[in-house]
Ligand binder design. Sequence first.
Ligand code: NAD
Length: 418
Amino acid sequence: MFDKLDIPKGEGERITIKGNQLIIPDTPIIPFIEGDGIGSDITPVAKKVLDTAIECAYKGTKKIIWFEIYAGEKAQKIYGEVLPEDTFKAIEYFIIALKGPLTTPVAGGYRSLNVTLRQKLDLYSCIRPVKYYPGVPSPVRHPEKMDVVIFRENTEDVYAGIEWQEGSSEANELINFLQKTFGIAIPKDSGIGIKPISIFRTKRLVRAAIKYAIKYHRKSVTLVHKGNIMKYTEGAFRDWGYEVAKEEFRDAIITEDELWNEFNGKMPENKILIKDRIADSMFQQILTRTDEYDVIATPNLNGDYLSDACAAQIGGLGIAPGANIGDFIGLFEATHGSAPKYTGMDKVNPTSLILSGVLMLQYMDWNEPAQLIEKAIAKTIQEKRVTYDLARLMDNVTPIKCSEYGNAICENIKKISQ
Ligand code: NAD
């Protein structure tokens, strides 16, 4: 079935899909990609924290059977290529996987291994929960007001990679076509990019965001767009977003217009408010009215900017986790890159990957160990046992190593679960 991978034998079972649901066995086989650079520092720590929490929560009745698959430099050594077919097949077959950061090769034809993985596996929602852990140094006065979950569209928009270099025959041909057919004059020395936004891909993203909001009892879903300028792409995203909300979730939602016209601004109970904001205004509001935002659904480029801006408010990229999810497949990964200069130094912060693992547990409905880890991370940070990136922003704190930080979290998981 696989070229160079041996499926764990004698232990573990595959996660499967029945009807519309994931069936999670007690011993799911979960593939992981260690990742390049600091991947070898943070991935073992993240696995250890996840295993400890699962053991403490379920007392041996549930356990992840980890299964290493390869991408990036390790894959290059084993397969002679950075993204072998085995890796795609394994993620498709086992459905859920954990992934360390991958270095984007400078040459080699891939724009980015991460983008390629997301596009080939059609992982259309990039999910970034951003919330504050007390004690983390932050540049704002009230970081605790931030608790958003961003659903960023992952497969289209200007990220679809449809662009041509200035002077290329394709760019010239397009410029001539636009001039001849529509009378649109574009300077001849222009590079050209195309921004597709479709009904199907918008609706499935917004649908996933609303379903998430319902499942986790969130208050609102905000559609963030630049529709005042880009009417038929970003504006259409907003319109199709409202459409899917009203057509498919009528009983569960109200729109902001309905809130004012029918409810005099008073939110009825057990409803999710669907609202929209123009992207530039949203960047202000997330700073000035942080706690008015909850789940956010947005096209690819807005989502890219907004998720890093939100992460900065709660202490940076070393903390914020991420997941790339399709109809069923979930690839859970740290939001930062491979930080090559720190490779093997046992120094960097593994929290982002650990919290991505927490998202993975929640996706599996293993909520008890997920909660244990969140509490243990909060406790460990409050005890000022932190890695260099946070220590340097705190007063009189000596940093501990990546592995020591992982051990401190495991210690706290055990204490909390007693
Ligand atoms: P990076 O996120 O790897 O590192 C930038 C800086 O952020 C580091 O020098 C370090 O100071 C800090 N940092 C990052 N992770 C940290 C952590 N866990 N703890 C503490 N500090 C941390 O970004 P980059 O240098 O632009 O990219 C390096 C490589 O990673 C590139 O090849 C890039 O393409 C790739 N990348 C991969 C992913 C991914 O796998 N999803 C995401 C972004 C970048």
